[in-house]
Structures are given as C-alpha cells and as structure tokens.
Design a protein around this ligand. Structure first.
Ligand SMILES: Nc1nc2c(ncn2[C@@H]2O[C@H](COP(=O)(O)OP(=O)(O)O)[C@@H](O)[C@H]2O)c(=O)[nH]1
Ligand SMILES: [Mg+2]
Length: 202
C-alpha cells in the first residue's frame, strides 16, 4: 500500500506535450501518440484525463527512515483549451503540485494565467518543463514574472525520460515531506467523475 496520495496537475497551452509527458510519467510509453512530423495525428485532450500510478521515491532526508516511500500519484493531464477555463476554480484548489509545460512559442502571460490558479502552492511544488528537443528553443520566464521562481527543466522526454522522472520525483518528495510534517493533507478519495473527465488506472 502506498504511504501517500499526491495529486499533480499538468497544465499549459495546447500542443506543448502535456499528454505525452503524462504518459511518460505513468510509463504508458506503448500508448505514446506518434508526433505529427512522423505521420501521426494530434488529438487534443478533452477536459481532463486522470492517470493513477505509483512511484517509489528515495527516503526523505532528515526523516530518520532508510526505507523508500511508495507514493500513489494522481496526474491530472488538463486540456489546454480556453473552453475549459470556467471549470478551473472548482478543480485547482485540490492540487498538491503543478507541472507547467511550455514551448519557446508560449506567451508568458498565458502561462501566468495558469500559474495564478494555484495561489495555495509554494514554488517548491511547481516545476516548468520546456523540452528543448521538441521545439526550436525552451521557454524562459522573464525576471519579473512569478514563473521566474520555478526550476525550468529542458530535458526531452524522448531522449532523457529518466531526468524527467527524477524531476517529477523531486517535486513529489517535497510534497510528501510537507505531508509528513503535517503541513498538507492527503489527496484521499479522488472524488466523483464528471463529463469531460477520463480516468486511467495504470
Ligand atoms: N518530437 C517531439 N514531439 C513531441 C514531444 N512531446 C510531444 N510531442 C508531439 O507533439 C504533439 C502534441 O503533444 P501532446 O502531448 O498531445 O500535447 P498536449 O496538447 O500539450 O497534451 C503530439 O503529436 C506529440 O506526439 C517531444 O518531446 N518531441
Ligand atoms: Mg493533451
């Protein structure tokens, strides 16, 4: 049985690779879509797709334990379409962590609009993925943006999936550390399902 339940949102504009990243994290590599440049067809995520899987992370520093921890992850692969923004305020407060995915073409103010949906989360529970391989250049927040406080990971999930998983585990460890310290509640029951939500248990 996993020790903790953590809910992670993956957000950002359409076509930046959120669904691909979610599949890599859940080890669903067999179901990775073929990129359009390789003859595949882009399918936009409708509403939100929830992936449930377990991760084993190293013992927390200063915890006194030498045992790895099993974490039940609930990854919310969110649609980047503005059609779904009305649902955001009802959903985002339950997030323990958030991963932003951006390309070099992403407008900073668009990503800041997503960022403003998570005022309850510290920067340590956020990370910005901008895979260098997929686009000409990574996204780089300007110094006066709230996004500037976040680590930017440019590793590609195609060539460096282990680096991507390590960064994910680092964010998980931060959240679990706060749960152990009593600063956060658990995700507990995932709540009901609704139209526009697809749940995948890995
Ligand atoms: N070459 C390459 N293509 C990618 C990468 N990540 C995503 N893609 C492709 O970009 C398209 C959009 O990806 P998707 O994950 O659906 O983006 P989403 O709209 O943010 O969920 C898909 O056709 C993917 O196959 C990447 O790292 N490298
Ligand atoms: Mg998608």
């Amino acid at each position: 049985m996993p020790n903790h339940n953590v809910r992670i949102f993956i957000v950002g504009p359409s076509g930046t690779g959120k669904t691909t990243l979610s599949n890599v994290l859940a080890d669903l590599t067999a179901s990775l879509p073929t990129a359009p440049h390789a003859g595949g067809v882009y399918r936009a995520t409708q509403g939100v797709r929830i992936l449930e899987f377990d991760r084993r992370i190293p013992p927390l520093p200063n915890s006194g334990s030498t045992r790895p921890m099993d974490v039940a992850c609930e990854v919310w692969d969110c649609s980047g379409s503005p059609r779904f923004t009305a649902s955001w305020p009802a959903l985002t407060p339950s997030a323990h962590a958030v991963i932003f995915v951006a390309s070099g073409e992403t407008r900073e103010r668009d990503l800041e609009a997503w960022h403003s949906q998570f005022p309850h989360l510290p920067p340590s529970s956020m990370v910005l993925f901008s895979p260098y391989a997929s686009k000409s250049k990574p996204f780089k927040p300007t110094s006066n943006s709230p996004l500037h406080a976040l680590p930017v990971v440019t590793a590609s999930w195609e060539s460096d999936p282990e680096v991507v998983r390590q960064e994910f585990d680092r964010v998980l460890a931060g959240v679990v550390g706060e749960m152990v310290g009593g600063k956060r509640g658990d995700a507990g029951d995932g709540g009901g399902d609704w139209a526009g939500m697809e749940r995948v248990v890995v």
